[in-house]
Ligand binder design. Structure first.
Ligand code: ADP
Ligand code: MG
Ligand code: ZN
Length: 620
């Protein structure tokens, strides 16, 4: 930027200079034409000749230039078609006197020629000047854009380049991952230690993990720790609209890296190029193939003592080309899981740094309430909490804002303005109460934390449970319980109003997806332990589309039947609860209509009271 302004002011200077030159040139020409001189008539001139006051007369075309005895200059007009001599004698000058005067004749200078020249030359000069200044500027900035084959890698950790500013301390949790990466850093700092033992350090390390799990952050931390040059480029930057750019950029990137060993090359979002070849998807796959091939051949070209480590990250390892994953390339694969409770707390701790907190803030509770949140979600959560506090003109963020922020991140902002008719309110209240009550009394119950009929994001209302923490392995009965809770809203609506509204669309979609997974992927149906492939999610992204279903149409029909059975089972369970707890359901719904939002304590109070009443009723 600075460079550009500089050359711009330089251009202005040269422009002013040019203008000045033009003005001066014109001045010289014009001074000749417009010199201010006295004009005298021919009779006066004849008189002056007689008085011997004229030294010299020059005839220039139709003009007469007269130099008088006192060196003054005057002009006069000559009569056309008559000689000067005749003219003067005619006006009464003595021939003798005329002969005394020094008379000259000069050709009229052709000013029109000079003028034409100027008219042609000036715009030309001007154009030339404009072009020159454009090129000058282009050289500075835009010209680089013309050189497509240059990789636009960001370089960290070298003299004259920015520090990445991130260290392992800024990354919470992920301890094993950090250990692995520390080893890589150690190699780059002290290669002989490893080479002496004949160890070969992995050429490529692939970080795999969902979006927002901290892959980019971790790579930057490596850059900050390693103290070696760190080239960062995103996979998508290799691919542009011009064919052949990608492989050129790879070549350029690696030749730069080789010059500056030891160093790290980081390719973010590798799946943008490393997608399985030959799927012919997404257009420009030829380009991607060439780029990928170039990366592979560069990595194969590494010698035993090449001190370059290629770091890459992806959130779609399933679509990566198998050639990338072969030993000798990205042979070390590290998975970044979404953080568990303890890690979530430490991620939060990192992101509340520098944010003033009220004493009641309990990050452990926040961590407990955010299963499934990624590092990025948590960072977002901490920020939202601070924003909410600021909106309330508080000086410190308190727990209340953190809890509110969870919902905001989870479901989107509250839409209080979303006006509801009484009818809608009632419908929503019974729907949410259905979810809550089923959730409270289903075998694998999860406590309800909050119920609300205030619209949030896409949802018309919501019921938030406290999920049992991170049980990655789920049993069939747990899935069915979960489906029953999802269908609780639908069942409740049907029971109370005798018909169903459109409010249950999302619930049904999710319940059906669960059921389908149980049958096709988990082998939990009567079809037995078979994994049925095809027609999966992300059909669009890469390989799956080329993937045929691996089962027949008959099996497909069977799968559909099994899915129906699971749904029916879940509906049955939900119906039983709603029937048995109808009073409680009504009570919860009425309270919801009144208060719109129920926190855990209020909800549990209602449940407790009803349970007591039930006991009394049974005793009678
Ligand atoms: P991705 O895996 O998609 O590359 P990023 O590394 O870009 O995710 O993470 C996004 C943001 O989330 C980071 O800038 C950071 O603020 C936060 N984050 C993610 N994981 C962690 C973590 N383990 N510790 C601290 N912050 C994290
Ligand atoms: Mg990233
Ligand atoms: Zn619902």
């Amino acid at each position: 930027m600075k460079k550009n302004t500089k050359s711009f002011s330089k251009n202005i200077a040269s422009f002013v200079l040019l203008l000045l030159a033009v003005v001066v040139l014109f001045g010289i020409i014009a001074s000749d034409i417009f010199r201010e001189v006295e004009e005298i008539s021919l009779p006066r001139l004849a008189e002056k000749v007689n008085e011997e006051k004229v030294e010299q007369i020059t005839v220039i075309g139709a003009n007469i230039e007269v130099v008088l005895e006192d060196e003054r200059v005057a002009t006069a007009k000559k009569e056309p078609d008559v000689s000067l001599f005749e003219s003067l004698t005619h006006w009464g000058a003595e021939p003798e006197q005329i002969r005394k005067v020094d008379i000259n004749f000069r050709e009229e200078p052709d000013w029109s020629f000079v003028l034409t020249l100027a008219i042609i030359a000036l715009p030309l000069l001007f154009l030339l000047f404009i072009f020159r200044s454009i090129f000058k500027q282009a050289k500075g900035g835009a010209m680089q854009a013309f050189d497509f084959s240059k990789a636009k890698a960001r370089v960290f950790g070298e003299e004259g380049t920015p520090k990445s500013g991130v260290t392992f301390n800024d990354v919470a949790g992920l301890e094993e991952v950090k250990e692995e990466l520390k080893e890589v850093v150690e190699f780059l700092k002290n290669p002989s230690k490893f080479l002496k033992l004949g160890a070969r350090i992995p050429k490529g390390v692939l970080l795999m993990g969902g979006p927002g799990t901290g892959k980019t952050l971790l790579a930057r931390a490596v850059a900050g720790e390693a103290n070696v040059p760190f080239f960062e480029i995103s996979g998508s930057e290799f691919i542009e609209m011009f064919v052949g750019v990608g492989s050129g950029r790879v070549r350029d990137l690696f030749s730069n890296a080789k010059k500056r060993q030891p160093c790290i090359v980081y390719i973010d979002e590798l799946d943008a190029i490393g997608r399985a070849r030959g799927t012919g998807l997404g257009g420009g796959h030829d380009e991607r193939e060439q780029t990928l091939n170039q990366i592979l051949s560069e990595m194969d070209g590494f010698q035993q003592d090449t001190k370059i480590v290629v770091l890459a990250s992806t959130n779609r390892p399933d679509v990566l080309d198998s050639a990338l994953l072969r030993p000798g390339r990205f042979d070390r694969k590290i998975t970044l899981d979404s953080p568990n409770k303890k890690s979530r707390e430490s991620v939060l701790r990192i992101h509340v740094k520098g944010k003033p907190l009220a004493p009641d803030v309990d990050l452990k509770e926040v961590a407990e309430r955010t299963p499934g949140f990624s590092g990025a979600d948590l960072s977002n959560l901490a920020n939202e909490a601070a924003l909410l506090a600021a909106r309330k003109n508080k000086t410190k963020t308190s727990q209340l804002e953190f809890l509110e922020a969870i919902e905001k991140v989870l479901l989107g902002p509250e839409r209080k303005s979303h006006a509801m008719s009484d009818k809608e309110k009632e419908l929503g209240a019974y729907h949410e109460a259905g979810h809550a009550v089923v959730s409270s009394f289903i075998p694998h119950a999860e406590p309800v934390r909050k119920i609300s009929i205030v619209a949030r994001g896409q949802a018309g209302g919501y019921t938030i449970k406290i999920p049992s923490e991170e049980n990655r392995i789920k049993r069939k009965s747990e899935f069915i319980s979960e489906m029953a809770v999802l269908l609780g809203g639908y069942v409740s609506e049907k029971k109370i109003f005798g018909e169903v509204s459109t409010g249950a669309v999302n619930d049904l979609e999710r319940a059906s997806a669960y059921a389908r997974k149980l049958v096709k992927e988990f082998g939990m149906s009567s079809l037995g332990p078979v994994h049925f492939r095809g027609e999966r999610e992300h059909v669009f992204l890469g390989r799956e589309i080329a993937e045929e279903k691996n089962y027949s149409e008959e099996t497909a029909a069977k799968i559909d039947r099994e899915v129906m059975l699971f749904i029916k089972e879940a509906v049955k369970q939900a119906e039983e609860i709603v029937k048995k707890r109808k009073k409680l359901l009504e009570k919860v719904a009425q309270t919801l209509i009144e208060k719109e939002t129920l926190e855990r304590e209020e909800y549990e109070k209602i449940i407790g009271k009803e349970a007591k009443k039930e006991k009394k009723g049974k005793k009678k």
